[in-house]
Design a protein around this ligand. Structure first.
Ligand SMILES: Nc1nc2c(ncn2[C@@H]2O[C@H](COP(=O)(O)OP(=O)(O)OP(=O)(O)O)[C@@H](O)[C@H]2O)c(=O)[nH]1
Ligand SMILES: [Zn+2]
Length: 195
């Protein structure tokens, strides 16, 4: 079930709609190269939007109260305005209150919220929220940096990167703690777009 829209992806419907789009742009959907395209696009949306249906399986925990930083988590998402990709890196930090979740769960949380129709700020917020809920720590920092193809390929046609910050608890007020995280994530920051 798609938890936000309440519906599962209807692949037959996506495929039919894609065929209509091909016709609408003046293509022949029955020509050899396009014959399977509606089906491929339906399969693609099912894959790219699988985040609606994923749940992270928290099976392992350990105890610590020391700062945890996971830097350079890559993600690919789709902007909900143009349904074009935006992609980049997420960096996550939290100060556990005794409960540390498995390292791999952090990239899984990022994928869960990236693989939907999104805006970057909401994705950043949702990642921070799930980390707060599962670790019980109010002190969470999430930085996402991304290139949006809807800004690069069309419209403004500019290669600006967007950085979105999610600061919770101590990270909101403690500049020194924030600075420590910036230092640690610096080598893992997003490279400059080259095209
Ligand atoms: N803040 C934010 N804006 C986004 C994101 N993804 C897309 N947008 C912007 O959403 C806005 C939608 O604005 P509209 O004016 O309705 O759309 P548009 O006419 O296609 O706008 P242009 O892209 O400027 O041509 C655009 O400025 C997009 O760049 C996102 O993740 N966060
Ligand atoms: Zn867009």
């Amino acid at each position: 079930m798609n938890k936000e829209s309440g519906t599962k992806i209807d692949k037959a419907k996506v495929s039919k709609a894609m065929r209509s789009i091909l016709e609408a742009i003046g293509e022949d959907p029955d020509r050899e190269g396009l014959r399977d395209t509606p089906r491929r696009v339906a399969d693609m949306y099912e894959e790219l939007l699988e985040g609606y249906e994923s749940e992270v399986d928290y099976t392992w925990f350990t105890e610590s109260t020391d700062l945890v930083v996971i830097a350079g988590i890559k993600f690919y998402s789709l902007c909900e305005h143009h349904v074009l990709p935006f992609m980049g890196l997420a960096h996550v930090a939290y100060v556990p209150r005794g409960k540390v979740i498995g390292l791999s769960k952090i990239p899984r949380i990022v994928q869960k919220y990236a693989r939907r129709l999104q805006i970057q700020e909401r994705m950043t917020h949702q990642i921070a929220q799930e980390i707060m809920e599962t670790t019980g720590s109010p002190d969470v920092m999430v930085v996402t940096e991304a290139y949006h193809l809807c800004v690069i390929m069309r419209g403004a046609k500019n290669t600006a990167a967007m950085v979105s910050m999610g600061l919770r608890g101590a990270f909101k007020t403690d500049k020194e703690l924030r600075g420590e995280v910036y230092e640690m994530i610096r080598p893992y920051r997003l490279p400059k777009w080259v095209l």
